[in-house]
Design a protein around this ligand. Structure first.
Ligand SMILES: Cc1cc2nc3c(=O)[nH]c(=O)nc-3n(C[C@H](O)[C@H](O)[C@H](O)COP(=O)(O)O)c2cc1C
Length: 185
């Protein structure tokens, strides 16, 4: 698949099969991710790959955090939180490093980590995998960050949910660039 075909035909796949994805394929995705540009070659991306029981452990942390923050919530909410990482056989949490020196800006590190995410999504698509980029409250949750080994003030830019697609949906073409672009000539 050439790069234009991959870009234009990639859509988020929220529903994927529970079938395991071989580690070699996950490594292929990570190899693609780290081809992203980054300022000062700081390689600011951090990946935590959760498969199998790793996802259950993350789900336990999510449920415990929610119980602590919202003890009034019904049990179903905690059960839903616990099941969050089980939506796909592979979940990759992507963090961006805090800058370690003044010339490196936090926003640049976040941009580079996001570029790595898009590389990974395109690679997944080209390999016949389905994937979806999510963040939500869990990307900002202190206990989740601690469990994943991220510092409290470090950004989690994505949870990438990856697996073999359940089905390929017909997606409408995305809006044009035109109303988001000015030309200065
Ligand atoms: C930074 C970021 C965070 C996102 N977080 C969520 C999320 O938490 N839940 C969700 O359903 N979609 C989220 N999305 C959107 C989807 O990943 C997806 O891009 C969107 O549904 C558009 O679909 P498409 O990828 O098929 O064009 C997020 C996208 C980005 C870039």
């Amino acid at each position: 698949m050439d790069v234009f075909e991959a870009i234009h035909s990639r859509y988020s796949q929220g529903k994927v099969k529970p079938d395991a994805v071989p580690r070699a394929l996950i490594e292929e995705l990570l190899r693609a991710a780290v081809q992203a540009p980054n300022h000062y070659k700081v390689r600011p991306w951090r990946f935590v790959v959760l498969t199998g029981d790793g996802r259950d452990k993350l789900g336990d942390v999510m449920a415990a955090s929610q119980r602590e923050n919202h003890p009034d919530f019904p049990q179903e909410a905690f059960d839903k939180a616990r099941a969050t990482p089980l939506r796909a056989p592979v979940v990759i949490a992507v963090g961006a490093d805090k800058p370690g020196e003044p010339k490196v800006l936090e926003i640049e590190n976040v941009c580079a980590a996001a570029a790595a995410c898009q590389n990974l999504l395109l690679a997944a698509h080209a390999m016949g995998l389905g994937a979806k980029w999510r963040t939500g409250e869990w990307a900002r949750d202190a206990k989740v960050k601690e469990f994943l080994g991220f510092a409290p003030d470090q950004h989690i830019v994505a949870f990438l949910y990856i697996g073999y697609p359940e089905f390929i949906a017909e997606n409408p073409p995305r809006p044009s660039f035109e109303d988001r672009t000015v030309w200065m000539e």
